[in-house]
Design a protein around this ligand. Structure first.
Ligand code: FE
Length: 206
């Protein structure tokens, strides 16, 4: 299946040995030639660092926990539900929400590269892009989960979702039982990025 077809090249196998250095060299060259404005580059970086991040996803999850209608709509057509909240854009065109239950735990990977729901979770963490995670999440998901500190009962199913440029996944973690009566704002604070990838559970800090 194609991944990141918008890129000229597949973003992984062809990476140079020192991508950061090459990016810097390119940026310098483009600025020098007057083709780009360094301020607009800073703005893009600021957007992804500060405005687009897991706090968006956490808001969605907390909303789904307190509003059954929103949860149902999210599970039925996440892309439309998210667009209604203004959460769309690059790498968020087609999102599918999968829900953790007592019977099933969901976990997301991109085996081919690093497809990820940017508008909801920001930029993927380096481990998500690592060869080890991409290969092992599919081969031995329970072992990988245990390394993240997630120990699931044996009878629980683990479903691994392989992202592509066509479909990105959002895990709806289980709401902790001892959060009855919590406000949405309180719930947002306990939803971690990793819990929305499926490599963590949501727990109430003690
Ligand atoms: Fe990918």
């Amino acid at each position: 299946m194609p991944h990141d077809t918008s890129e000229q090249h597949h973003p992984h196998s062809l990476l140079p040995s020192d991508p950061a250095l090459r990016v810097k060299a390119l940026e310098t060259l483009l600025v020098k030639k007057g083709l780009i404005d360094p301020k607009s580059i800073d703005e893009i970086i600021n957007t992804y660092e500060n405005k687009i991040g897991p706090q968006n996803g956490a808001r969605v999850i907390a909303n789904a926990w307190v509003d059954a209608n929103f949860r149902d709509a999210l599970l039925k057509d996440a892309t439309a539900s998210l667009a209604s909240l203004g959460l769309s854009g690059r790498q968020g065109e087609h999102i599918v929400a999968v829900e953790n239950t007592k019977a099933t735990h969901n976990m997301v990977v991109c085996t081919l590269c690093s497809c990820y729901p940017w508008p909801l979770l920001g930029i993927p963490p380096s481990w998500y892009k690592s060869d080890a995670y991409r290969a092992r999440a599919v081969r031995e998901p329970r072992k990988v989960l245990s390394e993240f500190g997630v120990h699931l009962p044996e009878e629980m199913n683990v479903r691994v979702w392989d992202s592509t440029a066509e479909i990105r996944y959002l895990v709806i973690p289980e709401r902790p039982e001892n959060t009855a009566g919590w406000s949405e704002e309180e719930l947002i604070k306990i939803v971690s990025r990793d819990s929305m990838i499926g490599t963590a559970l949501v727990v109430v800090p003690t």
